[in-house]
Design a protein. Structure first.
Length: 527
């Protein structure tokens, strides 16, 4: 029996990494700054080739770019300049700040603890200004290190069970996650962060791809061992988490894309690279629970992948809809195209930075509506079929939104309405739910992502757990961008899992807390 269907593993992992008032207080963990992991993966023997650093303005409004995607069959291939743009605006270093212990290199997308455990690899055929190969993105040098020469795309086609977007893509980006870099701070809960942090990065990547006219498709179904072998990563430490197919060339397909002369024909021919990498820390602590979770959510053969993807779509009602509203509703009032701020996606990404303090001043209902509307228009991913389905449900604690009574709400995406679950000033409770952080109490609104894991795990097996976390990260990343596009602030936050469900119950009974993003007016702090 494939591991993936034994969903007890995901349930156990979820339960074991639940934050509660007691678990947080009884955890003896402390941050050992003398053993802090390096924020970059470094191959010391390979020189990176630098990429163009100029950020070209696409003039595409961020609020348009996050809401749309380029149709899958539109012929397009990225050149090196576009690749540089995609990498810089999703995982590049956009700010740096000195602190007593050293320097923090902040990246384009929000990431838990600014620990940046997601690495990016490129698998491409011959492109303008970039030869076919497997490359690792080196953010510190803003360059690419070539790990393999030749066209290896057929390996991904095989690993993804012939997924059409991958089969037609001139370029696929493989996102991997490194356990220790994040577990240094967050211990075994890091596996959830893989989805969150990979997701915020993908929100940027998808928006930039759209602005550049490139179709992009997220692929979660692949044979893990094959992809990991292609990258030659040490799977005790780093694992492939998601693939993003970029561009479309109708001339390629699973059957017609022949391996180039320099690339091997079969998987067995993928030779180990044996490349040295710089250790991240003096020593690393292993959290086996995460590796168990990863192994149990791995897919072992192309047939298993194809069957995983072909399974019955979760019914729209099960996935997206709560029961019809039973209480008064407020209709969203999103800004029209003519009214909406048109700040280009590049500017908005460079402006973004998680709010460290919120003023308690209100945002407007049109601002909130625009965020919810634009961020929830569908994510092109192989586990979201049909396009527009969604695994997570949005629940809100409204503190200060002009035109909306303070209270708890559930968002009915299909109807474009917010149903009021209870009215009242819940700033104190929300501050508590957000792991007792004032940010959740001071925000204009806290947006919680909740999911019913039962049908998700039943349909997708343990891999559904990866998918639901990743989707939440993508949607949360879009909300970040939609907030900054309107000159508001936002921050991801962690939370007390079961208390969140209790707060939104009875409506939320049976669901699990997946993600939280708070939005409001940032207080600008003097440097
Ligand atoms: C999913 C997620 C959860 C986060 N949780 C917290 C949190 O609990 N408390 C906090 O102060 N910041 C939190 N952050 C913000 C990160 O600390 C921040 O993204 C990181 O320091 C990088 O800075 P930047 O977002 O300004 O680029 C979170 C961010 C994400 C993406």
């Amino acid at each position: 029996m494939p591991n993936n269907v034994n969903t007890e593993v995901a349930w156990n992992y979820h339960q074991a990494t639940t934050h509660s008032y007691t678990s947080v207080r009884t955890n003896p963990h402390f941050l050992d700054f003398s053993n802090q992991p390096l924020p970059f993966k470094i191959y010391p023997a390979l020189e990176p080739s630098r990429m163009p650093t100029e950020v070209r303005q696409t003039e595409i409004a961020a609020l348009s770019a996050i809401a749309a995607s380029i149709p899958a069959a539109s012929k397009a291939a990225p050149n090196l300049e576009a690749i540089a743009q995609l990498l810089y605006l999703s995982a590049g270093i956009t700010r740096q700040r000195k602190y007593s212990g050293g320097e923090i290199y902040f990246r384009a997308a929000a990431c838990t603890g600014a620990l940046y455990e997601v690495e990016l690899y490129l698998v491409c055929g011959d492109l303008d200004d970039l030869q076919a190969g497997l490359y690792h993105f080196a953010p510190a040098e803003f360059g690419l290190r070539r790990l393999r020469a030749g066209d290896y795309r057929h390996v991904l086609v095989e690993a993804s069970g012939g997924e059409p977007a991958i089969a037609h893509a001139p370029l696929t980006i493989v996102c991997t996650c490194t356990y220790w870099r994040n577990a240094w701070k967050y211990q075994a809960r890091t596996y959830r962060h893989f989805g969150w942090d990979n997701g915020t990065l993908l929100a940027n990547l998808l928006a930039v791809a759209t602005a550049l006219g490139l179709p992009a498709s997220i692929v979660c179904g692949f044979v893990d061992a094959t992809v990991n072998r292609l990258l030659d990563i040490d799977i005790q430490r780093e694992v492939a988490f998601s693939l993003v197919a970029l561009g479309h060339d109708s001339g390629l397909s699973a059957h017609t894309a022949p391996p180039s002369q320099t690339a091997p024909r079969g998987l067995a021919d993928i030779s180990p690279l044996g490349l040295e990498t710089v250790p991240l820390s003096r020593d690393e602590i292993d959290y086996p629970l995460m590796r168990e979770m990863h192994a149990a959510s791995s897919l072992d053969s192309a047939e298993e992948v194809a069957a995983w993807r072909a399974g019955t779509p979760l019914g729209r009602t099960e996935m997206t809809d709560s029961p019809p509203p039973a209480a008064p509703v407020v209709r969203l009032q999103p800004l029209s195209d003519a009214e909406m701020p048109r700040d280009p996606i590049e500017q908005v990404i460079l402006r973004r930075g998680s709010s460290r303090q919120f003023a308690r001043s209100p945002i407007s209902l049109p601002q909130l509506s625009t965020m919810l509307d634009r961020a929830n228009r569908g994510v092109p991913a192989d586990f979201l079929n049909p396009l527009g389905s969604q695994l997570n449900h949005l629940y809100l604690v409204v503190h200060a939104v002009e035109g909306l009574d303070p209270g708890a709400y559930v968002f009915h995406r299909d109807r474009g309405v917010l149903e009021c679950l209870k009215q009242g000033d819940f700033r104190d409770q929300a501050g508590y739910l957000g792991l007792e952080q004032p940010l959740a109490a001071d925000a204009g609104v806290d947006i919680f992502f909740l999911a019913d894991l039962r049908p998700i795990l039943q349909r997708f097996g343990n891999r559904g757990y990866r998918a639901v976390q990743l989707e939440a990260g993508i949607l949360g990343g879009k909300i970040y961008l939609a907030a900054y596009a309107q000159r508001l602030g936002a921050t991801g936050l962690t939370f007390y899992d079961d208390d969140v469900i209790r707060f939104f119950s009875p409506h939320a009974e049976g669901k699990s807390a997946i993600f939280l993003v708070a939005v409001g007016h940032s207080v600008k702090r003097l440097a």
